[in-house]
Design a protein around this ligand. Structure first.
Ligand code: PRP
Length: 211
């Protein structure tokens, strides 16, 4: 039997994923040593390997087949647009991709004005404005603290993740439009899906009973 390799998103998402896998009888003792600097963890009996990556890179590892299976956020899957199969909504990390801004910006969307949109997710923003709202906009790519942009006058609105809404509220911004719901998803390499169909299907069915 060959190894099945998982690419996990390091941090809370990996912890949650391992918690869920454990319920189905899949664990990895090597990983429980929190001090370890190891990058790859193996479960010899089950012929499984796990590695931690930055969430953004998970679809890349899976598309190229460096990992058979990956877990990352729907935001990243949409933004990266890699050739992978999304097979399962894991239900955790729920939040929403939204267009946000000061209340007054609502009418700029209504009237489809030519506005500036700051975001960490240019592809998602483009798809929303061009294909859904049919509005021509200028997309400005930022790498974090997106809420700053409308406050300092870099853009009229932002496209960003809203979880509790606290960041928006504390900065006098609000949700103007909901783009799509987000959560952690399991993705699979298309070739692995065919070659290891039985093992992967069993894994998906096992996980489903705990969702
Ligand atoms: C995310 C997101 C928002 C915030 C939303 O940022 O970009 O800023 O969390 O959460 P809330 O609705 O619960 O306030 P993150 O903390 O990941 O960092 P970033 O600013 O670097 O993107």
């Amino acid at each position: 039997m060959r190894y099945l390799t998982f690419a996990l998103t390091k941090g809370r998402l990996a912890d949650k994923t391992m918690e869920l896998l454990k319920k189905t009888g899949i664990d990895c003792r090597e990983m429980e040593d929190k001090k370890t600097r190891k990058l790859i963890f193996v479960n010899e009996e089950l012929k499984l390997k796990f590695f931690m990556a930055k969430g953004q890179d998970v679809p890349t590892y899976v598309e190229y087949g460096a990992a058979d299976i990956g877990v990352t956020g729907k935001d990243i899957i949409l933004e990266e647009g890699r050739k992978v199969h999304e097979v399962l909504d894991l239900g955790f990390g729920r939040c929403c991709m939204c267009v946000c801004g000061p209340g007054e910006a609502a009418e700029l969307l209504e009237h489809r004005e030519l506005i500036r949109v700051a975001t960490k997710y240019p592809n998602i923003a483009k798809d929303y404005f061009y294909n859904k709202n049919h509005q021509t906009v200028e997309i400005i790519k930022l790498n974090g603290s997106i809420e700053l942009a409308p406050i300092v006058g870099l853009s009229e609105v932002i496209v960003d993740i809203v979880e509790t809404g606290a960041t928006l509220k504390e900065n006098g911004l609000e949700v103007l439009r909901e783009v799509c719901p987000l959560s952690a998803r399991m993705i699979v390499n298309p070739v692995s899906m065919r070659m290891e169909n039985e093992r992967i299907r069993k894994l998906i069915l096992g996980l489903r009973t705990f969702l």
